[in-house]
Design a protein around this ligand. Structure first.
Ligand code: AHR
Length: 529
């Protein structure tokens, strides 16, 4: 009898080992500073200001408000924006840019023409334009990233905008800028050649061949005007069942491989069916899409004449959770796209940021869409503002996650998702092995910054963090974004979710055992000897 029991125990142990994991053992994260992925570009922590809803008017800019300065910039919003360390800011759209003519937004404010704004169904007063944005960008301490109109705009208009912004003096548009009070050029380095030009919803939508021709000629004129600029091609992220975004991407990369520096991709996710675990797996789809486009880029780079230039990189220049404000009513007018975020949204955003860092060799820019009110980390009323849940992980990454991204080994329990929608009806997917722990690690000056999302809804996960490059040294700082439930959220005067500094911890030699709480994002800052 005793023998049979023993045999049973042996059999059970063998079974557990053969599936590779026993829940009785700690999860493991092994970190080796020699396993480098690439340098983390600070442009991963970018943002986006579009003339949409209350992002500009009533967001960053509110003329006549007691909360604004003499230029009309909301001072309370600016402070929150500055605290976010936004490295690069895209402007002025989005879909908006495909019916935007930049000349409408310069010169005397009272003489600027009001226009019908067709992308989001609003009146565009044009009281905020190129120079107002550049003044704001300086206050934000952000790199500007402009998008030209490849829809209803011409290549000549794009060239003239570059001349207005970047040429010191001489030609007509450089002199016009000076006449408008800006003696020094703005020197805008990053320019994208239109927005989502593959989409049927885009004004002036083109097929891939026609877009490539127009973008190539625009690029030629823009670069002849200002040779130092870097160009971003509009990639496709349209994963609808009847579309293959990677056919577009392959054509664009092939046709523009000698002239562009980045390919722009977009991704929005959501939780419309209220399935927490499916939603938590969406950053894995971002990983997959990055890998596929990386392959396309590598294929083109193998044959391109780059004359010593860097390879083409990916710019995820729009990403966020966006699903509540996404019907006919909430997608138009002055209150368009106003999402109120909760903790699970913040965890998904931390997962996106982990993915960008894990793919730091190829992803060199990312822009949360958008900065204020419109699917945004900052939300205002006429008299107040508050920080949404998604503000906090973005802030922690922007402040602390720099240096070299490391390829770490993660061993933890996994779960399987149902089939779920990504991009809200654009495509479906299923993930067979979603690790409960989603991890990225940065390394700089003998310091490790370890970013961990615990996707588990109910359980803390005890984990051995093993340094393979020397013992941990001294106290380890712990920052955590969490809340009472995954639906916890912030509002005016209410902060249920924010970053909390936890008690620091100490490792034993090269092993730190830490228990990551259920539904949390944790950032550990640890020195190694
Ligand atoms: O960010 C909101 C919109 O989403 C942008 O204008 C467009 O590019 C995308 O479809």
């Amino acid at each position: 009898m005793k023998n049979t029991v023993n045999k049973g125990i042996v059999l059970l142990t063998t079974l557990l080992l053969s599936v590779g994991y026993s829940s009785a053992q700690n999860a493991r994260i092994k970190i080796d500073v020699d396993r480098k992925v690439g340098e983390i570009d600070k442009k991963l922590y970018g943002n986006f200001v579009e003339h949409l809803g209350r992002c500009v008017y009533g967001g960053i800019y509110e003329e006549g408000s007691p909360l604004s300065d003499e230029k009309g910039f909301r001072k309370d919003v600016l402070k929150a924006v500055q605290d976010l360390n936004v490295s690069i800011t895209r402007y002025p759209g989005g879909n908006f840019v495909s019916n935007y003519h930049w000349k409408d937004g310069v010169g005397s404010k009272d003489e600027r023409p009001p226009r019908m704004e067709l992308a989001w169904n609003r009146l565009e007063t044009n009281r905020f334009g190129t120079n107002e944005f550049m003044e704001y960008a300086r206050l934000m301490n952000t790199e500007p990233y402009f998008s030209v109109n490849m829809g209803t705009g011409t290549i000549e208009e794009a060239q003239q905008w570059v001349e207005y912004c970047n040429v010191k003096e001489g030609p007509y548009y450089a002199e016009l800028r000076k006449k408008h009070g800006y003696t020094e050029p703005h020197n805008i380095i990053y320019w994208s050649l239109g927005n989502e030009m593959d989409g049927f919803w885009q004004m002036g939508h083109l097929n891939a061949e026609d877009y490539a021709k127009k973008a190539r000629e625009a690029a030629k004129l823009m670069k002849l005007t200002s040779p130092q600029i870097k160009l971003v091609a509009a990639g496709s992220s349209n994963y609808r069942p009847d579309a293959d975004p990677n056919e577009w991407n392959a054509t664009i990369l092939h046709e523009l491989r000698d002239v562009v520096d980045y390919l722009a991709l977009h991704m929005y996710v959501g939780n419309p069916n209220d399935n927490y675990y499916n939603y938590m797996a969406t950053p894995m789809v971002l990983d997959e899409r990055t890998r596929v486009v990386k392959g396309l880029i590598e294929r083109e780079m193998a044959n391109a004449i780059r004359n010593g230039r860097d390879p083409i990189y990916i710019a995820w220049d729009e990403y966020n959770s966006w699903y509540r404000a996404r019907d006919a009513e909430t997608m138009s007018g002055t209150r368009a796209l106003e999402e109120l975020y909760n903790l699970e949204d913040a965890l998904v955003i931390a997962g996106f940021l982990n993915s960008f860092v894990r793919n730091a060799d190829i992803v060199k820019m990312a822009n949360m869409a958008q900065l204020v009110n419109v699917i945004a980390p900052i939300f205002t009323s006429e008299t107040d503002m508050f920080l949404q849940t998604i503000y906090y992980p973005l802030q922690l990454f922007a402040k602390n996650v720099h240096g070299t991204s490391l390829d770490v080994f993660v061993d933890c329990e996994t779960y399987k998702t149902e089939e779920f929608f990504v991009g809200l009806g654009e495509s479906t997917t299923q993930q067979n092995a979603v690790p409960y722990l989603d991890v990225s690690v940065a390394y700089q000056n003998r310091e490790l910054i370890i970013n961990v999302v615990n996707r588990h809804h109910d359980k803390a996960i005890t984990t051995d963090l093993i340094s393979q490059s020397g013992a941990f040294d001294g106290a380890i700082e712990v920052l955590e974004v969490n809340g009472k439930s995954v639906k916890a959220k912030n509002d005016f005067g209410v902060t249920e979710v924010k970053t909390q500094q936890k008690q620091s911890v100490k490792a034993k030699g090269n092993v730190l055992t830490y228990s990551f709480p259920a539904h949390s994002f944790t950032q550990l800052r640890a020195k190694i000897k």
